[in-house]
Ligand binder design. Structure first.
Ligand code: FES
Ligand code: FE
Length: 455
């Protein structure tokens, strides 16, 4: 088809541009590309949906999305997690109209077909008179995501019946997640439902940014330095480390201890909290990382990102809370997304600690947060440029840290023993280039478990 040809041609332009550390701006607001993304990326990859702490009891459900499709994530009477398409099989009406709740059944508002919370069709009004024996309820249950799995309570689903397992898909990102959320047997829990806000930005920009855009921190977020929330942002990010785990998964490590001293170990969690962390399941590299230079931001392909950082509980005071946000860049259209922002706290933390972390998180990375508002404004530029008759054929510049830095900063750290590759600095655009290369591959072939190679 011509749409297919046009996407193939676009991808070729993208690939050529990437070879020169550039990226065509057109991919940030293109109908055909967006449609291909929904099919090839959101239709095949493992997509994050919910955390188990959001649906602890039988009957609990939350409404979520896989790409543009609404799904209901339920816990049924057997305690199993189900991921059900939220489209009635009769005429396609959404059977669940609320964001979250507890119910054994979902009754379609249109004609009343009723589904149990594991997806079976259990009721059709006037069944006997209308259908006699013609309607086989087994055939007309809600569609179910063919594969559902979870790690550390993070529930993912894949719409592809076959492909890499979740473990294979996550690869080194599972190793990274273990450091972020696997440091206590009780795990983490959500501090509340996700905040959601609309942006006229493309979902890729969020993923790309959290994959390691350290460059913007000292400029776009400078006001945070001025008001005393963050010290010397620019020189701090210059000493970060970057990790590319393959499969479009990335993180940036931050050398807290090297910069601030031993009290900043474990992201700067207070010693009492840090003492509760159980490192026995970690390998030596992970142990060194969580203590000295842990992950602070990262992206799991396609659209899940996280950030963990100490933030003052109140402006002008020394007391810090460590904020953990997981966020999802939900595609809405070629130039539009919703940002879904969850805050997480350790299950073992008491109410006050959890509240402090939540307030500090809202203050910085909530919808009106001091960092969040900076990013969301800046990100609206690219989709506009992509629609501009003047700009839409132009390319963006991605060579920062690629060509001009010493080879030692561009090449992988040979002493690193963990998965993927580590570069001694995160101050560059290696991860962004890698992200778009992976995006091209996935658009062409769907998801495949690949391991990252240097070069
Ligand atoms: Fe759902 Fe008719 S559309 S019952
Ligand atoms: Fe930012």
């Amino acid at each position: 088809t011509s749409a297919h040809d046009s996407v193939a041609a676009t991808l070729e332009r993208v690939e050529q541009a990437l070879d020169n550390d550039r990226l065509p701006v057109e991919i940030f607001n293109d109908e055909a590309v967006f449609k291909a993304e929904m099919d090839q990326i959101f239709g095949t990859c493992w997509v994050f949906l919910a955390h188990e702490s959001e649906i602890p009891k039988a009957g609990d459900f939350v409404q979520r999305r896989i790409g543009v499709d609404p799904v209901i994530v339920t816990r049924d009477g057997k305690g199993e997690v189900n991921v059900l398409s939220n489209y009635c099989r009769h005429r396609g009406t959404q059977v669940c109209q609320t964001d979250a709740g507890n119910s054994r059944f979902f009754k379609c508002p249109y004609h009343g077909w009723t589904y149990s919370n594991d997806g079976d069709l259990v009721g059709t009004p006037n069944k006997h008179g209308a259908y006699a024996e013609n309607l086989d309820p087994k055939e007309w249950g809600l569609y179910r995501a063919p594969r559902v799995d979870s790690r550390f309570g993070f529930i993912f689903a894949s719409l592809a019946a076959e492909g890499p397992t979740l473990d294979e898909y996550l690869g080194g990102a599972g190793w990274m997640l273990q450091m972020m959320v696997g440091l206590h047997p009780d795990g983490m829990r959500v501090a509340g439902p996700p905040e959601r806000y609309k942006l006229k930005a493309n979902w890729k920009t969020g993923s790309e940014n959290f994959a390691g855009d350290t460059y913007h921190v000292g400029t776009l977020h400078y006001s945070n330095e001025e008001i005393g929330i963050a010290p010397d942002l620019k020189s701090n990010v210059e000493v970060t480390r970057s990790y590319d785990f393959g499969n479009g998964h990335y993180t940036i490590g931050f050398p807290f201890v090297e910069l601030a001293g031993p009290f900043a170990a474990f992201w700067g969690y207070d010693p009492e909290t840090a003492a509760k962390f159980d490192l026995s399941g970690l390998d030596e590299t992970q142990r060194h990382m969580v203590e000295n230079e842990p992950p602070i931001v990262g992206t799991i392909f396609p659209n899940l990102s996280f950030l963990r950082s100490p933030v003052p509980v109140r402006i002008g005071e020394m007391e810090m809370a460590v904020v953990t946000t997981f966020r999802q860049w939900q595609p809405v259209g070629p130039g539009e997304m919703e940002l879904w922002n969850w805050q997480f706290v350790w299950t073992f933390q008491d109410e006050q600690q959890a509240l402090d972390a939540y307030v500090a998180g809202q203050f910085t990375f909530g919808s009106a947060g001091t960092f969040e508002v900076d990013d969301t404004v800046a990100w609206e530029g690219a989709p506009k440029a992509a629609k501009s008759p003047w700009m839409r054929r132009q390319e963006m510049e991605f060579s920062f840290g690629q060509a001009h830095m010493s080879p030692v900063n561009r090449e992988a750290d040979p002493t690193y023993k963990g998965p993927g590759i580590k570069r001694p600095t995160g101050f560059g655009e290696h991860n962004q280039i890698s992200f778009y290369r992976h995006w091209v591959n996935t658009l062409r072939h769907g998801t495949q478990a690949t391991s990252v190679q240097e070069g």
